[in-house]
Ligand binder design. Sequence first.
Ligand code: SAH
Ligand code: SF4
Ligand code: F3S
Length: 466
Amino acid sequence: MLGEKNNASAFAEQTVYINRLIEKLPEVYEGTPKACVITFGCQQNVSDSEHLKGMLACMGYEITEDEKDADFIIFNTCAVRGHAEDRVYGNIGKVKQLKKDNPRLIAAVCGCMAQQQIVADKIKKSYPYIDMVFGTQVFHRLPEFIYKRITGSGRIFELSLENEKIVEDVPVKRDGTFKGWLPIMYGCNNFCTYCIVPYVRGRERSREPEKILAEAREMVNAGYKEITLLGQNVNSYGKGCEHGITFAKLLRMINDIEGDFRIKFMTSHPKDCTIELLDTIKECEKISHHLHLPFQSGSSRILKRMNRYYDREAYLRLIKEAKERIPDVSLTSDIIVGFPGETYEDFKETLSLVQEVEFSSLFTFIFSPRNGTPAETMPDPITREEKGKWFDELLRLQEKIAEKNIQKYVGKTYRVLCDEIVSDGVLSGHTNGTATIIFEGDEKLLGEFVNVKVVSATNSLNGVIV
Ligand code: SAH
Ligand code: SF4
Ligand code: F3S
């Protein structure tokens, strides 16, 4: 059923605009125009931006990191917390001056924040120099929007959410050459009461397994050594599809692709994390021993108000199962501090859960009310200042845990993917979990696996290639 609904040829319409732009842009810009893509938010947005860059490159734009150099600038935005939105307004304000310096500049705002009508209206009214605003489900129509604007159309505002469509075959220009994102699904159906994502990304839709496998194979052939599968809740992959392929099965199919590479994935919602998935991680040699399993709060009372569909006990049971099956598993999590109605007693349950599980790292956020979500109107008597104190307490606890656990690595040897040059002759790389190790090595090793023995643990893990 989904296969029919997914409109795999929707991008074909855009190739007409791309071909026209290939001719038109050099006339308008007297040479090769440049485009700058500025990304906010999560990996899903980073991946979308790679597709924006892919389309721009096909149209004939050279991609630049320098906004002052750009003839087209696009802000791919995030709405998950108020702070993310404030940053975007600060950034798009700069376009006024950029346009003074380059009158041919075209400016666009897209992504999760742009998807909200209230934001689009504000930009329409208060930011007249933004040429186009479009939402998360029409971003593949970028060629059409640019063509229309360049040939005299008025400002463009396009926010439709059609939900059932996945547009395949959008060109992609990946930022990395050996680590890459691979979206397997879009949207979210969970409606956690604090979260804006289901409203701005629409309903959950899974890509066809064949499409995912073909892209994974292409990436492996192109030399990618780490592929991260993306979705807001990867554990519900395939739900409602006739093919019956679960996320665990999909992982096994990707694991069967020949080649030396690692598979990662995010995010796993605890309510849908199955024993089948844990066994799959254990049994498939290419899957990283890392589970990002956001628990949000250690208090069952708050979890209920968050609409998370698991309680503290169920989460801890799941962690126990994971640790039993995969003894070297790296666990990471997201936590919200100061959800409306949360008391210090509830927060202490978050602290004790963190103490008990010993996560490798945490992503912690102070609750931020989001427009139109149920939590926005829940009574919230605790002051921001008080929440800040709780937040600091959580950070201090996690620091202590990390300090203790870092020593466990010393003396052991790990297979590491070389990620970055730290300084001349010094590289950093990461293990099959989430640990980063620093060691001496030639830059030619970037993107290669090497075995590194950890010799000391200070603020970082330091090792030598063996
Ligand atoms: N789909 C993922 C999370 C996506 S958003 C999941 O369910 O785990 C990333 C994180 O942002 C969330 O896990 C949550 O911790 C945080 N977050 C989302 N909405 C928030 C809000 N209104 N205030 C504070 N943090 C929020
Ligand atoms: Fe937001 Fe919850 Fe969906 Fe994650 S699962 S994106 S937190 S609604
Ligand atoms: Fe932000 Fe959208 Fe991701 S709201 S966190 S960019 S899905």
